[in-house]
Design a protein around this ligand. Structure first.
Ligand code: SF4
Length: 349
């Protein structure tokens, strides 16, 4: 491991400013330590758009690398050490299904329907949203984005994560009778009048966050009186309700960082991230609610990182072709970028 780390550092030095390595919070600790900056999907997309480097070696999953490509400058190339690092949540809906549903609910609802897609989605879904004047959102700005459209007397079609949708709806105090779940077979609560619905939520989920239970929380509270419980809003509603705080990965990291020395935290999110928080803040006790790693995030490792950097060097010196490049289909570029920019505009407003 020491040799390969040295090799990566050497390649980084040789490639200089032409390469930058962003890493998502859920990456393994050795990858994070070798990266140039770390963050959640939104922070990474924005930080990447502010770099000048020709090659962005994105250590995360595919939808994030696609997001970076959408916001990148024309000359920049996005490289992903393992192009198979996907996301089962993002796989749960695509633009064809979304289009079908959009037509179905538009017929039954009296308001204009605006699609909002979580950033954890592929470019075809972001493009679908852009075409319909909708927006992307993240776990930290979902409330603001949904409210923006509701305040214009529109109805929202939210996908793909049901838990983020419902947990945000509760925060916004949207009445339960104005919310419906859309099942994966496209059925919508039978017998329910859809005319006055304000929020349609697709029934997708992240298996990493779905596993946490209120029982996990009770056990930790029993064992460590005074413990603080913080969870991601992709967790089930009752888990979020039983926690003390819920928020994005960025918020989880910052909240624990800012907490007093000696405090104890039970954390409901991805395991590699929780382990790194424990490493970074040794003056606090950090315990995962249960061990739940993201298998796709774990596909990025030192071996494929060194291969990506070597391929860039070969390409630059004319010795070989560039490998591991991520390219968003041309048809999706403009509308997907529009939906991403809409999110940035609403978030800043
Ligand atoms: S943690 Fe969940 S949402 Fe994030 S990449 Fe893994 S499966 Fe997808």
């Amino acid at each position: 491991m020491k040799d390969i780390i040295e090799k990566i550092k050497e390649l980084k030095k040789t490639l200089g400013d032409s390469v930058v390595i962003p890493a998502h919070h859920y990456q393994k600790i050795e990858i994070v330590r070798l990266s140039d900056f770390v963050g959640d999907s939104y922070k990474l997309a924005v930080d990447c758009s502010n770099t000048e480097s020709e090659f962005i070696v994105f250590c995360g999953v595919r939808f994030m690398a696609e997001g970076a490509q959408l916001l990148a400058k024309k000359y920049q190339k996005i490289i992903m050490p393992d192009l198979d690092a996907g996301c089962p949540l993002a796989d749960m809906i695509d633009s064809q299904i979304a289009e079908k549903l959009y037509r179905k609910i538009s017929k039954s609802c009296k308001r204009e329907i605006i699609p909002i897609v979580y950033i954890n989605s592929y470019s075809n879904m972001k493009s679908f949203c852009g075409q319909k004047d909708g927006s992307v959102c993240t776990s930290s700005n979902a409330g603001k984005i949904i409210e923006y459209y509701l305040s214009q007397d529109k109805a929202v079609f939210f996908s793909p994560d049901y838990n983020l949708g419902i947990n945000t709806a509760r925060q916004l105090k949207i009445p339960s009778d104005k919310i419906v779940k859309i099942e994966n077979d496209l059925t919508i609560e039978p017998g329910k009048d859809l005319k006055d619905i304000r929020l349609f939520i697709w029934d997708g989920f992240c298996y990493v966050h779905k596993v946490f239970t209120t029982d996990d929380i009770s056990k930790l509270r029993e064992r460590y009186p005074g413990i603080n419980i913080i969870v991601h809003p992709e967790c089930d509603e009752e888990v979020v309700n039983s926690s003390d705080i819920s928020g994005s990965t960025q918020k989880i990291y910052q909240t624990i960082k800012d907490s007093p020395q000696g405090s104890i935290w039970g954390v409901g999110t991805e395991l590699n991230f929780v382990s790194r928080i424990a490493e970074d803040f040794k003056d606090k006790k950090i315990i995962p609610l249960r061990n739940s790693p993201c298998k796709d995030m774990e596909k990025i490792n030192l071996t494929n990182l060194v291969q990506s950097l070597s391929s860039i060097l070969d390409y630059k010196t004319g010795k070989g072709k560039l490998k591991f490049e991520v390219k968003v289909h041309e048809d999706f570029q403009l509308p997907a970028r529009k939906a991403l920019k809409k999110m940035i505009e609403i978030s800043k407003g």
